[in-house]
Design a protein. Structure first.
Length: 492
C-alpha cells in the first residue's frame, strides 16, 4: 500500500486517541439553549439521575444532616435542668429529714440563669445545718443570676450554638461544591460516551465503503478490468479501517462504563448504556452569557465558604475577647415559707429578698491574650485568601469566556471543513467508479473526510466542555440541575 495512504490511516488513528476525545463530550454548537436530540439517552436524564443517586452527593447530604444534628445538640446547652436531693438522719440525736428540688433555666441572651426551687423538712437539725429548717409546707424560692461583664454578650454555650449553625452552613456549601463537581464529571462522561458512539459511526461508514468497494473490485478483477494487486491493496485498507472501528468500539464500551457511575436506575444501581441509547446528536448544556464577575462571585460556594469561616473566626475572636474581661455577676432571689411554723422558729415565716454580686479577675490572662492574637491572625489570613480566590475566579471567568468564543468559532469551521471534505470524497468516488481516478486518491479523500469528521467531533467536544466549565465556574445550579436541592445553600 502506498506510504501516503498508510500515513493517512495513522493520522486517523491518532485523532481517535486524542486526549480531548477521551474526555467528556459536547453537543452541537448550533444554539445557546440545550440542544435536544430526537431519541436516545438525554443529558438531562443523566444529570437528574446523578443528582439523585451519586454516592458522593448522597454522602455530602448525609454530612449536612449530621450538621443539623449537631445544631440540635448545641441547643441542649440551654435545656431546662431539674435537680433534686434529700437526706434523713436515721440514727443519732437529731432526726431531721430534708428534700429539695430545683429547676434551672440557662438564659439565651446572657451568661446567667434563672432558678426556681422548693424544699421542705421535718424534724430537728444541728445548728450547723440550720439552713435545712423550713415551715411545715416548705419553702418556695426563685433566683436569677446575670452576667454584667464577662459572658454578658457571648459565652461558651452561645458560641457553641453559633458555631454549630455556621458549621451547618459550611456542610451545605461543601455538599454543593461536591455536587457541582459530580455534575461536571457527569457531563464529561456523557459527552465522552456520545462522542465515542459518533466515532464508531464514522469508522463503521469507512468500513462499509471499503467492503462495498471490495466486492466491486473483485468483480472487475474477475472480468480483467482491474489488476489483482488492487484487490490486495483494498483488503489491506479494509483491515486498517476495521482496526480503527474495533478501537472505537472499545472506547465506546469503556465510556459506557464510566457513564454508569452517573446514570442509574430507580434503585440507584448503575446502568450501562448500549449503542441503542445513543442520541443522534451531541447534547450540551445551554450557553451561559451572563459573566458579570460580581454576580458570579455572589453565587460561588467557595467564596461563601470563606465568608462562613470568617464569621466563625469573628465569633471565636469575640469569645476570646470576652475572656479578657473580669467576671461580675449580679444575683437576686426571693423566697417564702408556707404553713405552720417549723422547728426552725419564726425566723422562717417572713418573705425574704436578697441581692448581691460576685466578682473575679485574673491578674494574668496570657491564655486569652494569646488566643485573641491567634484569632485575629486567622481572620486576616482568611481575608487574604478570599481576595486571592476572588481574583483567581475573575481571571478564570475571562479565560473561559475567551475559550468559549474560540470553541464556537472552531466548531463552525470544523463543520464547514467536514462538509467540504465529504463533497471531495463523494466526487472522488464518482470519478473512481467512472475510471477517471485511482484507488490511492479515493482512499485518501475518504480518510481525509473521516479525519474531518473526527476533528468536528473534537471541536464540538471542546465547545461542550467550554460551556460546562463556564457553567460550573459560575455555579449555575439550574444548568447543572441542582437548583431544587441546593438553592438554599447560596441564600445570603
Amino acid at each position: 500500500m502506498p506510504k501516503t495512504v498508510w500515513l493517512a490511516g495513522l493520522a486517523g488513528f491518532a485523532l481517535l486517541a486524542t486526549p480531548a476525545l477521551a474526555q467528556p463530550l459536547p453537543a452541537p454548537v448550533v444554539a445557546p439553549e440545550q440542544v435536544p436530540s430526537s431519541r436516545g439517552l438525554q443529558l438531562s436524564e443523566v444529570l437528574a439521575s446523578s443528582r439523585r443517586f451519586a454516592p458522593t452527593i448522597l454522602e455530602a447530604l448525609a454530612n449536612t444532616r449530621a450538621a443539623d444534628g449537631r445544631v440540635l445538640a448545641s441547643e441542649g446547652a440551654f435545656d431546662l435542668l431539674f435537680t433534686g436531693e434529700g437526706f434523713s438522719r436515721v440514727a443519732g440525736f437529731y432526726d431531721g429529714t430534708y428534700v429539695q428540688g430545683k429547676a434551672i433555666q440557662p438564659l439565651t441572651n446572657n451568661g446567667g440563669q434563672l432558678e426556681a426551687s422548693y424544699r421542705v423538712s421535718r424534724g430537728d437539725f444541728p445548728v450547723y445545718e440550720d439552713y435545712s429548717f423550713t415551715d411545715r409546707l416548705g419553702e418556695l424560692k426563685v433566683r436569677g443570676v446575670f452576667a454584667l461583664l464577662r459572658d454578658r454578650y457571648i459565652d461558651d454555650r452561645r458560641f457553641g450554638q453559633r458555631n454549630a449553625l455556621i458549621e451547618r452552613d459550611i456542610a451545605g456549601l461543601d455538599a454543593l461544591l461536591i455536587a457541582i463537581g459530580v455534575q461536571q464529571r457527569a457531563i464529561q462522561a456523557y459527552g465522552q460516551w456520545v462522542a465515542a458512539g459518533q466515532q464508531v459511526r464514522v469508522y463503521t461508514s469507512l468500513v462499509n465503503l471499503a467492503q462495498d468497494r471490495q466486492e466491486g473490485i473483485r468483480r472487475q478483477v474477475q472480468l480483467g478490468a482491474r489488476a489483482a494487486i488492487l484487490l490486495t491493496e483494498n483488503e489491506q485498507n479494509l483491515l486498517r479501517r476495521q482496526s480503527l472501528l474495533v478501537a472505537a468500539q472499545r472506547d465506546l464500551a469503556n465510556a459506557a462504563q464510566r457513564l454508569s457511575l452517573f446514570w442509574r436506575d430507580d434503585d440507584g444501581r448503575p446502568l450501562v448504556a448500549t449503542p441503542a441509547d445513543l442520541p443522534t446528536s451531541l447534547p450540551m448544556v445551554r450557553a451561559m452569557r451572563e459573566t458579570d464577575p460580581a454576580a458570579i462571585l455572589a453565587r460561588r460556594p467557595d467564596i461563601k465558604l470563606i465568608e462562613q469561616r470568617l464569621e466563625q473566626g469573628e465569633a471565636k475572636l469575640e469569645l476570646e475577647q470576652n475572656k479578657l474581661l473580669p467576671s461580675l455577676r449580679l444575683f437576686a432571689e426571693a423566697g417564702k415559707d408556707f404553713g405552720e411554723q417549723g422547728l426552725g422558729g419564726r425566723s422562717r415565716d417572713p418573705f425574704e429578698a436578697v441581692v448581691g454580686f460576685t466578682f473575679s479577675m485574673p491578674l494574668q490572662n496570657r491564655a486569652a491574650k494569646g488566643n485573641v492574637a491567634a484569632a485575629e491572625a486567622s481572620i486576616n489570613a482568611l481575608e487574604w485568601k478570599r481576595r486571592q480566590s476572588e481574583e483567581q475566579i475573575i481571571a478564570e471567568i475571562a479565560q473561559l469566556s475567551t475559550n468559549l468564543t474560540a470553541a464556537e468559532r472552531l466548531a463552525v469551521l470544523a463543520r464547514d471543513e467536514e462538509v467540504q471534505a465529504e463533497k471531495l470524497a463523494a466526487g472522488e468516488r464518482r470519478l473512481f467508479q467512472a475510471g477517471a481516478s485511482d484507488f490511492f486518491l479515493v482512499n485518501l479523500r475518504e480518510d481525509a473526510a473521516a479525519n474531518a469528521s473526527i476533528r468536528r467531533l473534537d471541536a464540538e467536544f471542546r465547545l461542550a466542555q467550554a460551556r460546562a466549565d463556564l457553567v460550573a465556574v459560575a455555579a449555575d445550579l439550574d444548568a447543572l440541575q441542582l437548583g431544587d436541592t441546593f438553592a438554599e445553600s447560596l441564600q445570603p
